[in-house]
Design a protein around this ligand. Structure first.
Ligand code: C2E
Ligand code: MG
Ligand code: MG
Length: 853
């Protein structure tokens, strides 16, 4: 009944240590053969001690030998396995031919009848390896010899009658089978670790079967003793029962498989952690298949696969899903059995112990996820068969679903903690890192650096979001290259980055911050255009008083805004700047009130024609002198007005005042133009042209006296929409200037198609032009460019006579700046103009005279 190599191995309890031990001693095959030789010896010994061994108990002619031999072969062939409780049991009816051999054959012919067909079954049908054939045959012969010996010994005691024979058959069969089973278990325990509990479990699970079989065999014999052919009366119903059990066994096996797979899915599915899923899959698989080792090779998107194993893997694992050594094996929806020779042919064997393996690709619609590789079980257990392949296939399908969920979870986790564009950590992990320092400050100076790109919005608006993205990636790369030691770089939002750094001294941090600003502000080529985006950095030290990460980050933020406002690049946090910050936040409210109360003023800065030395116009600039705040510079509130839509009212105020000023010029007999600054948002206001025309008409001012200054960058925000407004403004007859030229990213071909009249070179190039040769080149070529496009070229920010003269030499048309005049209030301007007209400045090459008509 208990035939090694045929049964579903009992729950495999071989631990790692056990298998290592085994390798250290004899090779398992050799041990098995050794055991077989021992049993063969015992068989011979038993044969010699068997009483009356030359004659059969009941003589018959030739038929018992043939019938026994055929039945042995038949029942060995039809042996089937099923699970009873936790035990795998091989169920066979070999007790019936054994009983026939006991009674109707002499011991030697009895043993011989056992051999021929059974060997064929083991080799041809069960495909047992040679050492297993030897072992199994030795075992069967030993069992039979022991049964014969016991049967004859019992008979000597019970007497020669028929009933004694039947009783002896039943007893011998019932006692020997479990006995050999125990012996084998003890022998096997040499490999697997001995356990009485296990042997007890086994006997408890199987004793009823030994009894049923012994009784069936005894029944058969009772009938055969009356008349041999009557044995059929017992054999036929027995075969019927066999079929019933067989069907039950198969059904049960299917249910157990289903249950096992279900359990597998359950255990693998309890977690979303990829590591845990993989480890559970490997350990469950090794249990379910009673395999020696299992590997799960998880293919990543990049880099080498992640490998999870249980047991020692005696083969080379695939390096990726395309590994040529594994070609044809890792195919979708098909687990395959790879035998040892195939493993050798593919050069995959790394340890002698490598036997066959079942390989399944774990995949789903999205592609391959992993390879599940199950290496053949223990020497004493059965080889992998088609049902194992199907099982692995089934497991791999269950696993695919779990792995997919795990991967998704991992991605979501990562995305939640990392910025998708730059791959940098996001705010939460950054706060976590800062928090660690807050809780356990090191001996170093720990600082948070907040970095913000200046005018990043303009890059996005003018060059498009993909250019903005490229800029951010480039910036992230540059910052990453500067990091030292445990520095942490994160992208907090939009163009806002943060670095956590620890240095020996504040000076070192300062140095580092400056390096970041300098490196970040180096030119970048975007869309073939080389642009410069400067960076502002605020630094705050993490101090002992901090309760959490947010505090130092907030201080760094305030310092950063200060750096931005002051255009200093790097600013450290100081308490004074913090006190001013809330005031800044309330700017919006105050601005709104000031506009409503008509508290905004306008000043005018004259423009000088360099060729004639005459003042030809003024630029209107908004001024806000707040009762509490004092004078607030436009750079601080124009942006706020733009962002909140207040700019429309602001522009109207300047526009109305400016046009009134033009009226006063005319009334004073001065033929001067006037320029008003427009912001991007004004260009979205489709009613602006109509409003301006209304103001001009009501003041009876000619439209060509009014110039609109549009910054270069605002031209490109939603170009089609702004273009429509620009065309309408042009249609009203207004002049147009491109302000701050050189700081935006305008394409010249686009500029050429715009109805502009003037280019205004940004002051940043003008005041440095005498000392910085590059600035001079820019000014010079802008002048040339403007003239080529038939535009008037204005230079702003002229602070000295030297610059003024150089500009005139270069051929620049108009100059504006403190050297000519500060921006002046309306009355002061008119005074100034009259004075300028009457004064003759002999020593100056320029006589700025308002052209008096
Ligand atoms: P902008 O249009 O380029 O105006 C020229 C700025 O340069 C003015 O600053 C002016 O006072 C200053 N400036 C003039 N000469 C010199 C000089 O020689 N050296 C130096 N360093 N600066 C000089 P302001 O008034 O502070 O205005 C700054 C910016 O605010 C303006 O630049 C303009 O973009 C914006 N702005 C001012 N008023 C208005 C307005 O009414 N509406 C809009 N939308 N923007 C305005
Ligand atoms: Mg301007
Ligand atoms: Mg300007």
């Amino acid at each position: 009944l208990k035939e090694v190599g045929a049964g579903t191995a009992p729950e495999n309890e071989i631990g790692e240590a056990g298998s290592a031990d085994r390798v250290n001693r004899l090779r398992p095959e050799a041990q098995v053969v050794g055991l077989a030789i021992l049993m063969a010896g015992a068989t011979v010994a038993l044969h010699f001690v068997t009483p009356d061994k030359d004659v059969a108990t009941r003589s018959a002619s030739w038929w018992p030998f043939v019938v026994a031999m055929v039945l042995f072969g038949l029942f060995d062939y039809f042996v089937f396995h099923f699970q009873f409780r936790r035990e795998g049991i091989a169920f066979s009816l070999s007790e019936i031919p054994t009983a026939l051999a006991l009674v109707f054959l002499a011991p030697l012919p009895g043993l011989l009848a056992r051999l021929p067909l059974t060997i064929i079954v083991l080799i041809a049908v069960r495909r047992n390896a040679a050492h297993k054939v030897v072992f199994n045959m030795a075992l069967l012969l030993f069992e039979l010899a022991a049964t014969i010996a016991l049967f004859r010994w019992l008979l000597e005691r019970l007497g020669p009658g028929d009933s004694a024979i039947v009783l002896a058959v039943a007893l011998a069969l019932f006692l020997v089978s479990p006995l050999t089973s125990v012996l084998i278990s003890m022998a096997i325990s040499r490999f697997e670790g001995f356990s009485w509990r296990r042997i007890g479990d086994e006997l408890r699970a199987t004793w009823w079967m030994y009894m049923v079989n012994s009784v069936l065999a005894a029944m058969t014999i009772s009938l055969a003793l009356i008349e041999p052919s009557l044995a059929l009366l017992a054999i036929l119903p027995t075969i019927g029962i066999w079929f019933v059990l067989h069907t039950y066994g198969e059904l049960g096996q299917e249910l157990r498989d289903l249950d096992a797979v279900h359990g597998f899915a359950g255990r693998v599915g309890v977690t979303l952690d990829l590591l845990e899923i993989s480890d559970a899959a490997v350990s469950e698989t090794i249990k379910l298949l009673h395999a020696e080792s299992v590997a799960l090779v998880r293919f990543g998107e990049v880099g080498p696969p992640t490998i999870h194993t249980s047991g020692r893997i005696p083969i080379k694992l695939p390096s990726d899903e395309f590994d040529s050594n594994w070609s044809g094996l890792l195919e979708s929806h098909r687990a395959v059995l790879v035998d040892r020779s195939e493993l050798v042919r593919r050069g995959l064997v790394v340890a002698q112990a490598a036997r066959s393996a079942i390989v399944a690709l774990v995949d789903d619609e999205t592609g391959p996820l992993a390879a599940l590789i199950v290496v053949e079980q223990d020497v004493l257990a059965a080889r992998f068969g088609p049902s194992d392949v199907a099982r692995v296939q089934n497991l791999s399908e269950q696993l695919a679903a779990s792995l997919r969920k795990g991967l998704l979870h991992e991605r979501l986790e990562h995305e939640a903690r990392h910025d998708a564009l730059t791959g940098l950590p996001s705010r939460t992990p950054f706060e976590f890192e800062v928090g660690k320092i807050v809780r356990k400050p090191p001996d170093l100076v720990s600082c948070v650096l907040m970095l913000d790109l200046d005018r990043f919005k303009e890059v996005n608006d003018t060059l498009g979001h993909h250019a903005g993205d490229d800029l951010l990636i480039e910036f992230a790369d540059r910052m990453t290259s500067l990091l030292q030691g445990d520095d942490v770089l994160a992208r907090l939002a939009g163009d806002e980055f943060a670095i956590l750094c620890c240095r020996d001294s504040v000076a070192k941090v300062d140095e580092f911050a400056k390096l970041c600003v300098e490196t970040g502000g180096k030119p970048v080529v975007l869309d073939g255009l080389e642009i410069v985006v400067t960076v502002s950095c605020g630094v705050a030290e993490i101090i002992e008083l901090d309760d959490d990460a947010v505090q130092s980050m907030r201080r760094a933020d305030i310092a950063m805004y200060n750096a931005k406002w002051q255009r200093t690049g790097v600013e450290f946090y100081r308490d004074e700047i913090d006190r001013r910050t809330p005031a800044r936040l309330s700017i919006l409210g105050d601005l709104r009130t000031s506009i409503e109360n008509d508290e905004l003023g306008v000043v005018y800065q004259p423009k000088l024609d360099l060729a004639t030395g005459q003042i030809i116009g003024v630029e209107a600039l908004v001024r806000w002198d707040h009762s509490v705040r004092g004078v607030v510079p436009p750079s601080e509130f124009v942006r706020v007005a733009e962002d909140t839509g207040l700019i429309k009212e602001l522009t109207d105020i300047v526009m109305v005042n400016g046009i009134k000023m033009l009226r006063r010029f005319s009334d004073a007999g001065l033929s001067l133009g006037l320029a008003v600054n427009l912001s991007t948002h004004d260009l979205f206001d489709v009613r602006l042209p109509e409003r301006i025309r209304g103001h001009l008409e009501s003041n009876d001012v000619a439209p060509e006296l009014l110039t609109l200054e549009i910054t270069e960058s605002s031209l490109f925000v939603d170009a089609p929409r702004t273009r429509a407004t620009i065309d309408d403004l042009h249609a009203v007859g207004l002049r147009m200037t491109i302000d701050d030229f050189g700081t935006g990213y305008s394409s010249l071909s686009y500029l050429r198609r715009l109805p502009v009249n003037e280019l205004k070179i940004d002051q940043s190039f003008v005041y440095g032009m005498l000392t910085d040769p590059q600035d001079e080149v820019i000014v010079r070529s802008t002048v040339d460019l403007g003239h080529n496009l038939d535009l008037l070229v204005v230079a702003e920010g002229v602070e000295s006579l030297a610059v003024l003269e150089r500009l005139r030499d270069i051929g620049c048309d108009v100059a504006q700046g403190y050297y000519v005049s500060q921006p002046l209030g309306a009355d002061a301007l008119l005074d100034w103009l009259h004075k300028a007209a009457s004064a003759h400045v002999a020593e100056s090459p320029i006589s700025w005279v308002g052209s008096v008509s």
